[in-house]
Design a protein around this ligand. Structure first.
Ligand SMILES: C[S@@+](CC[C@H](N)C(=O)[O-])C[C@H]1O[C@@H](n2cnc3c(N)ncnc32)[C@H](O)[C@@H]1O
Ligand code: SF4
Length: 370
């Protein structure tokens, strides 16, 4: 089963660290944008006839910043044009500074059954420093509105002046107010964002400090009953994100809207990151794709290994054989020997040892084009 992603490129304000496709100053175009996304969904549907979809993920940007009726429209279009299963996981991303009871009620009525809330940190001074539009109290109000719902809280580590106690407090707050899933991301200071200057000035924690914050966060999460299933993702039992699991298992997905990418069969394609260009393409009855890549069998194998090694289940040996025909332990015998201190091998899986998962990049590189 495949996933559907819809990108909503609007926010109330741009956070200092963010280089996602989001345009706060263009929020006045939201209505036209939604109409274009529905048109894109309709136009693509003929090519994907017969495919079954199990998840819909409405991300951004900040989907909760636009009128909730536009979200209802997107969900209706997904159901109209695609074979979206009855019990599909439907997720919406929300910024706590943009929610209301009315919005959440309508989302639920339309079938949203998973919410993802950008908490980032429970320390108000750090939220201000990041340029967030919300404070801790807004998160608490949002979490109360989501009481009893399945919701994720995004948490960031590696912030200026952040201590291990700050990370622990943030996780404790998210857990105490009902999050069933927590994503803990290390801040990436992207070139071109305002926070990059802080990075150049040496004001952000270095990689060893970030690794310590991660370790403290991980311990706190495990103590509170959140099990890690991917390097940055922790969930209570049975609350893993199906949408993301499909992505890490190298399943197929189709993306709609600005900057959305898709992976169908052996083709990967990405839409334009430019909102005006997106409008132009869709309104002239074209797609808005700017990049198409045919995935070679070697690329496919590399991607499969790279994504699987970021997860706690690791590489499923039977699935490797099913997909690529060989035997992973034989094909990668040399690298496995070289990396043996970092790797656990069982008769079903090959995975990076728990204690090395956070520094998986260098280990994974050894396996690519192995
Ligand atoms: C699209 S946002 C979530 C919804 C909403 N836009 C918000 O920020 O509240 C996805 C998440 O990516 C993470 N993120 C964004 N930029 C990042 C960066 N440069 N480094 C690390 N994490 C980042 C944040 O934790 C953010 O919550
Ligand atoms: S609210 Fe989310 S998408 Fe929008 S600028 Fe901030 S991090 Fe980026």
């Amino acid at each position: 089963m495949a996933g559907i992603y819809v990108h909503i490129p609007f926010c109330k304000a741009k956070c200092r660290y963010c280089d996602f496709a989001s345009f706060p100053e263009k929020i006045g175009f939201a209505e036209s944008y939604m109409a274009c996304v529905c048109r894109e969904m309709s136009k693509r549907s003929a090519q994907l006839k017969g495919m079954k979809f199990d998840t819909l993920y409405i991300g951004g940007g900040t989907p909760s910043v636009v009128d909730e009726n536009y979200i209802a429209m997107i969900i209706a279009a997904a159901r109209k044009y695609y074979d979206l299963s009855e019990n599909a996981e439907i997720t919406i991303e929300m910024n706590p500074g943009t929610v209301s009871a009315g919005k959440i009620n309508l989302y639920k009525k339309c079938g949203v059954n998973r919410f993802s809330v950008g908490l980032q940190t429970a320390i108000d001074s750090q939220l201000r420093e990041l340029g967030r539009v919300h404070n801790l109290n807004d998160f608490v109000m949002c979490a109360k509105l989501l009481s009893g719902e399945n919701f994720n809280a995004d948490v960031m580590i590696g912030l200026k002046g952040q201590t291990a106690d700050d990370v622990k407090k943030t996780i404790q707050v998210a857990a105490a107010f009902g999050a069933s899933h927590i994503s803990m991301y290390a801040l990436t200071p992207e070139d071109g964002t305002p926070i990059y200057t802080d990075y150049l000035n040496g004001e952000l924690p270095d990689s060893d400090e970030v690794a310590e914050l991660y370790e403290e966060g991980r311990k706190q999460l495990e103590e509170l009953g959140f099990h890690r299933y991917e390097v940055s993702n922790f969930a209570k039992k049975g609350k893993q994100s199906r949408h993301n699991l499909n992505y890490w298992r190298r399943g197929e997905y189709i993306g709609f809207g600005v900057s959305a990418s898709s992976c169908i069969g052996d083709t990967r394609f990405t839409n334009t990151f430019d909102l005006d260009e997106y409008f132009k393409c869709i309104l002239s009855d074209n797609f808005a794709v700017i990049d198409v890549q045919k995935i070679t069998p070697e690329d496919k194998k590399d991607e499969f290994i790279m994504l699987a090694l970021r997860t706690c289940e690791g590489i499923d040996l039977a699935r490797y054989t099913q997909l690529f025909g060989g035997d992973f332990l034989t094909d990668y015998a040399e690298v496995l020997k070289k990396m043996s201190i970092y790797i656990d091998i069982s008769d079903k899986n090959v995975k990076i040892k728990d204690e090395y998962l956070f520094v998986q990049n260098t280990i994974i590189c050894e396996f690519l084009r192995g």
